[in-house]
Design a protein around this ligand. Structure first.
Ligand code: AMP
Length: 292
């Protein structure tokens, strides 16, 4: 029998609830809260595909660097609950929704916690270079959430493309019986990918932020239309040289994320553009038919 959505704030209570489950169709959406339409798109996908949907809300200290925004990261639990309730009521009051929002960090990392999960080379590239230790923090918390929640399917946004690849690799390597589902990027009306960090932008910064999706689209167009790969590479190099707000802009293999030196069927453009001190992250998958 479906029940009204519940809020659970301790691991012990969650584990009790989890053990009482007979059905195995459990979808997980792991978030840091401050939910927007991008997060809700993952939740709605899980509602469609599972009997039970667990949304976790936990600002994970281990994935923030010492100079990053952990302290000021927006924490908006009541608004998040309202958004989830509204989506649940609108779509699937016949399914179960559990919001797991650990009240303290110790719920996830007990006092003597020592372990770190590291997924090797893929977590050292791009975001891993600019945010050392970030993916170790992500992999560790996601592994723990997988252990607590035991989902059948976990939904992640393609917005954090490298994160999805790191989690897929960890899941395969550690023989976890969980399907990892990458869901499309949800964008604002003008093309900027939704992100909880967009609210840090000033009005002027919000305008400048459009350079990011617009450049990705232009680069994709050049890559598709241009036969000479050197010209495409030169475009990426010039773009970065002319604007020091680019942290990186690269064309990579969409699985390994290694930088590509020629066109390939499965590639991705990855970019980070820094506006008002805020790192904006975006990407564009490019699938090509290569003629021999
Ligand atoms: P976060 O709360 O930022 O850790 O994000 C939680 C999940 O939501 C991650 O899987 C993100 O990739 C996903 N997500 C964040 N922004 C978007 C977006 N604009 N479109 C789709 N998914 C997103």
């Amino acid at each position: 029998m479906p029940r009204l959505p519940q809020l659970i704030e301790t691991k012990e209570e969650f584990l009790r609830w989890r053990q009482s489950l007979i059905s195995h169709s459990v979808g997980l959406v792991a978030t840091m809260g401050n939910l927007h339409a991008g997060h809700i798109s993952l939740v709605e996908k899980s509602f469609q595909e599972n009997e039970h949907t667990i949304v976790t809300i936990f600002v994970n200290p281990k994935q923030f660097g010492p100079k990053e925004d952990f302290a000021k990261y927006p924490r908006t639990l009541s608004e998040d609950e309202e958004k989830l309730m509204a989506s649940w009521k609108r779509l699937t009051p016949s399914k179960n929704l559990i919001i797991f929002a650990p009240k303290t960090t110790e719920e996830i990392y007990p006092p003597k916690f020592l372990t770190t999960i590291s997924v090797g080379k893929i977590s050292k590239l791009w975001e891993g270079t600019h945010r050392p230790g970030h993916f170790e923090g992500v992999a560790t918390v996601v592994y723990l959430l997988f252990q607590i929640i035991k989902p059948s399917i976990a939904y992640f946004g393609a917005k954090d493309f490298q994160q999805v690849q790191v989690i897929k690799k960890m899941t395969t390597d550690l023989l976890l019986d969980i399907k990892i589902m990458a869901c499309p990027i949800v964008r604002d009306h003008d093309g900027l990918a939704l992100s909880s960090r967009n609210q840090y932008l000033t009005t002027e910064g919000r305008k400048q932020s459009l350079v990011l999706p617009q450049t990705l689209n232009l680069a994709a167009k050049i890559l598709i239309e241009e036969d000479n790969f050197e010209n495409f590479s030169a475009f990426l190099e010039k773009t970065k040289e002319n604007d020091d707000r680019w942290e990186y802009l690269a064309y990579c293999d969409s699985e390994t994320l290694i930088n590509l030196k020629q066109k390939q069927p499965n590639g991705i453009l990855l970019g980070v553009y820094k506006v008002d001190g805020t790192r904006l992250l975006d990407n564009l998958l490019i699938t090509l038919t290569i003629k021999n």
